[in-house]
Write a protein that binds this ligand. Structure first.
Ligand code: GLC
Length: 538
């Protein structure tokens, strides 16, 4: 068999937990409801930590639970040092962090430094103070263009659609790369730097193990805020260099934050949500003196195609290796269509999603699991318009992000499937009745369920020296398949075709996403399936 080895990848470093951690994303609003208002909260999440420990993840990433008017469901923060009443209290946050630690899991929280809510005290003061006031210096205010300033200061467009500028009654415009209720901060202001250092300290002192840095590529804008000269900028996001994303200056901010993280005990980490135009540009966020990890959206975006997937995996590893950072792997999150649906939906989508999980968890580096993917949940595509609340959908009609944020089904045969305490009827987004067989309760005792597959994979991954951080090498394999080895004694096979494929038997079967037929020295991999093998014992 031909083998291609990734020589450059770093050797396994046992003490650096984040290099191979499996991190579970809790979208707090939709995970578990403790107080019965139909919205997930910290008490609810705390009550489910046992489930997460049992699942076998190393860390939990909590999406924003700060005080917020919820224009973008918490990504519009009004007070970075407090908890929104809908999610609980600061004491609940502290208790959750402490309990997670008692279970041996780490806790990462979101920090949102590119913009605040328009209800943040700073923005309220800026609006009130009027043009030219120092309070406006914390945000990006400009006069408009045109005879009477009636045109936006430049042609930038919001990521959520429409112009990135909104005009106040006093005539000035303010920049918002997202919703108009999310004004962008001015990172040229020393006050902004100082404030965020204090916010990070506040949470580090409370015990969090790190931060997922929202829009980590967005804080610094090109001097002079130059026009882009083209409309439809949404199409360029993550593919072109734009004057508001991936500017050189963001790296200095991350360096400062790294120094702060390193000044705390216990390897506190920073994870970049950065949409960079190339893998090489993305690697710059994880240089040794910057953040620890960056989400690998190239993997998430890859179609169900072995040739493409192999290139993406190679590029992902090759680009972070020179800077010594681990790769990260992620299939779904709260911003994208769930991968069961992306991979075709229905039975094929579930088969592929199960195989993708074994692929992802066998790759070198750290992996992110989005709540509900361990249940094989699909995107909810038929939410009625009147219940959809995502600001992106409201600004630019389309699929929106509500369908991947439907609450998690825990138990029972009917919605709300044990999402909250007994007797509570409606969840903030309705749950499909068809999810009855997908609840945690329904899957927990079924060895063939997707939940059981994740549990088994995470258990094996944790116990297997070859998995997690380290190297991988490709083995030659038929078109439409991927076969790779880890360490001396582990092989992962993935059949990404719709047909069974016969291969020489790689070893003893450890785990498979679908039944594997063994024929003497050969094995037949089912369509759209993956398997893990103890190599060398065929
Ligand atoms: C990130 C978040 C997304 C949010 C946006 C604006 O992309 O993941 O949910 O809408 O930032 O804060």
């Amino acid at each position: 068999m031909t083998e291609v080895v990734h020589e450059a990848h770093q050797p396994k470093a046992a003490t650096r937990w984040w290099r191979d951690a499996v991190i579970y994303q809790v979208y707090v609003r939709s995970f578990a409801d403790g107080d019965g208002d139909g919205v997930g909260d910290l008490v609810g999440a705390r009550g489910r930590l046992g489930y997460l420990a049992d699942l076998g993840v190393d860390a939990v990433w909590l999406t924003p639970f700060y005080t917020s008017p919820m224009a973008d469901f918490g990504y519009d923060v009004a007070d970075y040092r407090d908890v929104d009443p809908v999610f609980g209290t600061l004491a609940d946050a502290r208790a959750l962090i402490d309990d997670a630690h008692a279970y041996g899991m780490r806790v990462i929280i979101d920090v949102v430094p590119n913009h605040t809510s328009d209800r943040h005290a700073w923005f309220a003061a800026a609006v009130q103070a009027g043009p030219g006031a120092p309070e406006r210096g914390r945000y990006i205010f400009r006069p408009g263009r045109g005879a009477s300033g009636e045109l936006p200061p430049n042609d930038w467009e919001s990521v959520f659609g429409g112009p990135a500028w909104t005009r106040l009654p006093d005539g000035e415009w303010y920049l918002h790369l997202f919703d108009h209720r999310q004004p962008d901060l001015n990172w040229d202001s020393p006050e902004v730097h100082e404030e965020f250092t204090a916010i990070l300290r506040f949470w580090l002192d409370l015990g969090v193990d790190g931060f997922r840095v929202d829009v980590a590529h967005g804080m610094v804008k090109a001097p002079g805020l130059p026009d882009i000269g083209t409309a439809g900028q949404v199409e360029l996001l993550g593919t072109a260099v734009l004057p508001y994303f991936d500017q050189e200056g963001v790296h200095e901010i991350h360096r400062g934050w790294r120094r702060l993280l390193d000044s705390y005990e216990g390897e506190r980490i920073g994870v970049a949500e950065a949409w960079a135009p190339t893998q090489e540009r993305l690697a710059r966020y994880v240089r040794p003196d910057e953040l620890h990890q960056a989400f690998n959206f190239h993997f998430l975006k890859a179609p169900w195609d072995a040739a493409v997937m192999r290139v993406v995996i190679d590029e992902s590893i090759a680009t972070v290796s020179p800077v010594g950072a681990p790769s990260t792997w992620v299939l779904s999150n709260h911003d994208v269509k769930r991968h069961v649906t992306r991979y075709g939906g229905g039975e094929a989508g579930v088969r592929r999603a199960r195989a993708a999980a074994l692929l992802m968890l066998a790759l070198p580096g750290s992996a992110y699991v989005y709540q509900g993917e361990e249940l094989g949940l699909p995107e909810v595509l038929d939410l009625p318009d009147e219940v959809c609340r995502d600001p992106q959908r409201l600004r630019a009609p389309g699929d929106g992000r509500d369908g991947c944020r439907v609450p998690i089904p825990w138990a029972h045969a009917e919605p709300p499937f044990g999402f909250g305490p007994p007797g509570v009827a409606d969840t903030w987004l309705p749950m499909p009745r068809s999810w009855a067989p997908l609840t945690v309760e329904a899957q927990a005792g079924d060895p063939g369920s997707t939940l059981s597959l994740y549990r088994a994979a995470l258990r094996l991954r944790r116990g297997h020296a070859a998995l997690g951080d380290g190297t991988m090498r490709w083995h030659g394999s038929p078109p439409g398949t991927l076969v790779f080895g880890r360490g001396e004694d582990f092989v992962c096979t993935v059949n990404m075709t719709g047909e069974p494929v016969e291969l020489p038997r790689p070893g003893d079967l450890l785990l498979a996403s679908a039944p594997v037929a063994q024929r003497g020295r050969s094995v037949v991999l089912a369509a759209d399936s993956a398997a893990w093998w103890a190599a060398g014992r065929a």
